[in-house]
Write a protein that binds this ligand. Sequence first.
Ligand code: C5P
Length: 309
Amino acid sequence: MSGQTAPLKGESISVDVPAKINPHLGVGDPRADGYHALSTVYQAISLHDTVTAERREEPGIEVTVSGEGAGTLPTGEDNLAHKAAKLIALYAGIEPAVRLHLNKRIPVAGGLAGGSADAAGALIACARLWEVEIGDAELHRLAAGLGSDVPFCLKGGTAIGSGRGEELKPVAAEGTWHWVVATTDTEIATPECYKEVDRLREDGIGRYSSDVEQIVRAFETGASADELARLLVNDMEAAAVSLRPQLASLMHGGLEEGALAAHVSGSGPSILFLATDVKHAVALARRIRMRGGARSVHLAHGPVSGPAA
Ligand code: C5P
């Protein structure tokens, strides 16, 4: 901080925003607007980004990034956090003058909603920094305009998602489940994976898993990890593996090392391995790391609360 004035109290706001996973991800047909109907269960996990909004003298929105994606993530108007700051300023009728710093731990383009988490964090941090009076419903509307996962990233916990993913119904989950998150050297852009789902469906591969009842009950009743392992569903899994065939061996390897289940996270390519408990997760992470094939291996548990629970 040499040569800089430390921010005065109230001039800088930091918000931690968790990554999301989809223990159930049912993907329907494309709708008239191009989005796919979803029937999903979201859960926030302990891997998180920190979004800091700091006042700056000159007007404008400046984005800096450290950690995951630093140097490669766009920091201009294409960045979702930048868009979020612009949107909340527009809502408040003020000219934005903010420096947003994203300290990223959530892998980029990994199917863990890292960009959406940053957008949710920027909405909250800027609203607090500028003392914008905004109700939950209005914040939700702005979030949905930024992306289908952004409303959930505002909320955290566990929730059923419908519509294109933006319509949420909270689930009172009783318990904590432990995961090993393995990232890969490749990325999958979300639209690419949806297109592959459509292509495979034309060939008669895959169907819409629209029923979330059983897995929701499992979360509500504190089901064991063994039970949860049998209920995980991802309609995008075949598409993600078809696009990046190396995912199959990573998943298979984790199962051989004792994971209760291997599950593609969202549209991939991150892989989630379900563990029995924290001790099992630590041992499993070590074995998956030693085996090679993953770019990075993280421990995570969920559900955790969101930035604005
Ligand atoms: O909503 P979001 O901007 O995150 O979506 C990114 C892209 O993913 C969309 O442009 C669309 O191609 C695809 N998508 C979809 N159906 C959804 C959500 C996203 O087809 N329910």
